[in-house]
Design a binder for this molecule. Structure first.
Ligand code: BES
Ligand code: ZN
Length: 462
């Protein structure tokens, strides 16, 4: 007897090119969620996906509204006796600047040497379509998907999923599931199937230091008043000590100590630091003393300045002492740190660092909690099997330094672990110019998703 997955795999092989073409079409919609001037593009992207899913045998589809950008939703209800899988992804993308650094237009994706280049191709439209394509393969080749499937694709992930908790509360009934999978992470390296079992959280805020009502002449006032640019620079510089530790009081209080087993597992991965430095386009690996690079990125919290501005930035000189200086600051968090608590600690610390005579204002923008998966849950063995079947190699467990606020929230709501089955590459240029998707990974990703559904269909859910 032939394996009933065979026609599904054959379908995936036969439609390899069309799947790429459909991804290109969707990626032409510039769904930049942070671009307040063009919210209609994010809506168009949600509607495009919803309409596409409706043609793939979905039993219902919807646009789910939020106070910000909408999400697309679809459901394939086949049999209440079968388990239900919830797939989450996002259809919003990051801004494209600096535009001159792109080798081809960000919203006119092009294939070069087996890679598709364009904004959103891997983060996360390509990874959303991996699932849509696997679903299509089942529907066309076998008449239906082998389990019940729900798909939620939000439009605000890149700006901190600010309305997601509201939406999840409102749509709680729609989001119940036995299993949850998210494809929005990268693999450890080329061809290495990698299940991500930990994500860092985030706390994002801006800081303003102001000292005068307006800019002052630097000749008449220089040396006699505070300079907010220098004050803010000193304050930011004081947030780390010479060992790379964050100096904010209480910052490490809730950080779990790494166990020897965790350290050994991370050390067992074939990490080539030199190659990592080269691929990142940077020149050195630096950070908190006492930890390896992977430990720093995956298991330790960080505090970074994401942007800094003050005073004259135009062409040529202008002799002023700026009235204010501003910084965007964010912390990546690990269990059991809490975003609001950390933001409050940083705010208090900055207030203490400020000299008399300046005003410091901190404004919280968004936050997301960290996630660490219970890897002894049986679903991880199932996912490993599916992933390895597609890629023909053993699956490794990794963590990531990035954040996906949905993950921890859904794990809490459903009480089920969230599978992070990602198909990106560590040097995929996500958020940067020339973002790319490895088309072989895209193809094998579709097969991995199909194998995952197939394996889940054989489980008895509780
Ligand atoms: N795909 C990323 C998450 C990610 C980043 C996974 C790095 C693995 C490595 C996601 O789209 C993202 O960029 N998330 C934001 C979330 C934030 C705005 C709350 C992030 O991590 O900055
Ligand atoms: Zn992203």
């Amino acid at each position: 007897m032939t394996d009933p997955i065979e026609p599904v795999v054959t379908f995936i092989d036969a439609h390899r090119q069309r799947f790429v073409d459909e991804l290109v079409t969707w990626c032409k919609i510039p769904s930049i969620s942070s671009d307040a001037a063009h919210p209609e593009e994010v809506r168009r992207s949600a509607e495009h996906l919803r309409a596409h899913l409706a043609t793939l045998g979905a039993t219902s589809t919807a646009i789910l509204e939020t106070k910000g950008h909408p999400a697309a939703y679809a459901e394939w209800k086949v049999d209440p006796a079968l388990p239900t899988l919830l797939i989450y992804g996002h259809h919003d993308v990051q801004p494209i600047d600096p535009l001159p650094a792109w080798h081809s237009p960000p919203f006119d994706p092009q294939v070069r040497e087996g890679r598709l280049y364009g904004r959103g191709v891997v983060d996360d439209k390509g990874q959303v379509l991996i699932h849509a394509n696997a679903i299509e393969a089942f529907v066309r080749a076998r008449g239906r998907v082998p389990i019940n499937i729900k798909m939620l694709v939000e439009g605000e992930e890149e700006i901190g999923s600010v309305h997601l908790e509201d939406l999840m509360q409102r749509e709680a009934a729609r989001l119940t599931a036995d299993y949850v999978v998210v494809s929005d992470t990268a693999m450890f390296g080329r061809g290495i199937p990698s299940l991500c079992v930990g994500l860092r959280g985030i706390a994002y805020f801006d800081v303003e230091v102001s000292a005068h009502e307006m800019d002052l002449h630097s000749g008449s006032f220089g040396g006699g008043v505070h300079n907010p640019a220098l004050v803010l620079a000193r304050m930011l510089a004081a947030l780390h000590d010479e060992n790379g530790h964050v100096t904010v009081e209480g910052f490490y209080e809730k950080v779990r100590t790494l166990t020897d087993a965790e350290r050994a597992e991370i050390a067992s991965l074939p990490f080539d630091e030199r190659a990592w430095i080269a691929a990142s386009g940077t020149h050195a690996a630096v950070g908190e003393r006492g930890f390896t690079t992977l430990e720093r990125l995956w298991t330790r919290p960080s505090l970074e300045c994401n942007g800094l501005t003050a005073g004259w930035q135009g062409h040529g000189p202008k002799t002023v002492i700026p009235a204010f200086a501003r910084a965007k600051v964010s912390c990546r968090l690990v269990p059991d740190q809490d975003p609001k608590e950390i933001a409050a600690q940083v705010e208090a610390h900055l207030a203490k660092l400020a000299p008399a005579g300046v005003k410091v204002t901190t404004h919280y923008i968004h936050g997301g909690r960290p996630y660490l998966a219970p890897t002894d849950h049986p679903v991880f063995e199932i996912a490993k099997r599916a992933f390895s079947r597609a890629f023909g190699k053993p699956t490794v467990f990794i963590r990531e330094g990035g954040s996906i606020p949905f993950v921890r929230t859904i794990a809490d709501v459903t009480g089920k672990p969230c599978l992070l089955m990602g198909f990106g590459q560590p040097d995929e240029n996500a958020h940067a110019p020339n973002e790319w998707l490895d088309l072989e990974n895209f193809h094998l990703g579709i097969k991995s998703a199909a194998f995952l559904y197939d394996e889940l269909a054989r489980t008895t859910h509780t």
